[in-house]
Design a protein around this ligand. Sequence first.
Ligand SMILES: Cc1ncc(C[n+]2csc(CCOP(=O)(O)OP(=O)(O)O)c2C)c(N)n1
Ligand SMILES: [Mg+2]
Length: 351
Amino acid sequence: MNRERDLEALRRMLRIRRFEEAAMDIVRKGQGIAGSVHVCIGQEAAVVGSCLALRADDYMVGYHRSHGHPIAKGAALGPLMAELMGRRTGVCHGKGGSMHLADFSVGSLGETAIVGAGIPQAVGAAYSARVRGTDQVALAFFGDGAANIGSFHEGLNLAAAWGLGAVFVCENNLYAMSTALADTMASESVAARAAAYRMPGVIVDGQDVDAVYDVVSAAVERGRAGGGPTLVEARTYRYRDHAEYGNMDLSHRPAEEVEHWRSRDPVELLHARLLADGISETELAALAETVAEEVRAAVRFAKQSPQPAPEELFEDLWATPIETTPAMPAPPMPSPPGPVPVAAVPAGGAR
Ligand SMILES: Cc1ncc(C[n+]2csc(CCOP(=O)(O)OP(=O)(O)O)c2C)c(N)n1
Ligand SMILES: [Mg+2]
């Protein structure tokens, strides 16, 4: 373990948890977040371990459960909370809301409510790095449900065929809404699907921030060095229902399963690890209080911020046209990977 990095990981994981608790509170009290929020409480180690492995100028694309991703990448909390509340000071000037945060200042290209749609976007960002001749990588986060969507296969295929610096991180929290992955996926794991695209597929304990950091770092370095994409499956759990509708109904989940994952709370595991490494309770309490105040300040900032004016309705909606240069050279393409032996899978599936 690396003590400095783990302290930073705890700071970011706590930021996510306190930020999302505050957002849920605002939704419940009807204090200005329209619709609902999808929180990632329980999944913070997968989110933060992955983002800490990225450079500031690397790209990241999220999905519908994505307050944590920009926070983990270092985004300021005030403009994110203001965006959730539809305020003019929000990262998208109040036009995105909870499911469409984008903070280009930290390489967060955005989120989408369309399950799986962020995956090809990350492939496009990785391709843009190739065209521009940089060594930036692009990381796509998505859920286990998205791994059954066509754009997952399209994105992985193209990234592998073109040897792009993309990293695919599946936060496998075992459910898509209330549907168990075990009922909808034919392959033995999400990671196993990497073999079809001749890229490494790695399963990692998504509650262990150090383990996630190590696995994603290896994938990032591989992508940066021109070695092509990697699929990472972080096994994790979301403690809340799909979204904050009001009453939480988790009756579709076995009680022992909930208890097992509750006993592996990523924040508590990291807290215990830091204590064992000699950091005092006092120091950890001070860190937690600093984070709590950061979140309170973000909520104050958001609540005091103005609503966008009606005449701003059509601002920021269209891309700024860029000059195309007909002489732009075609980017170099690596030759596709050679054939690999395909293991025989018995009819009826491999589970
Ligand atoms: C293309 C598409 N199909 C269906 C939906 C409805 N929907 C929203 S979230 C969701 C479940 C996604 O599950 P998963 O990818 O595992 O992410 P999680 O919510 O567990 O984080 C579904 C089916 C959608 N938004 N887009
Ligand atoms: Mg899921």
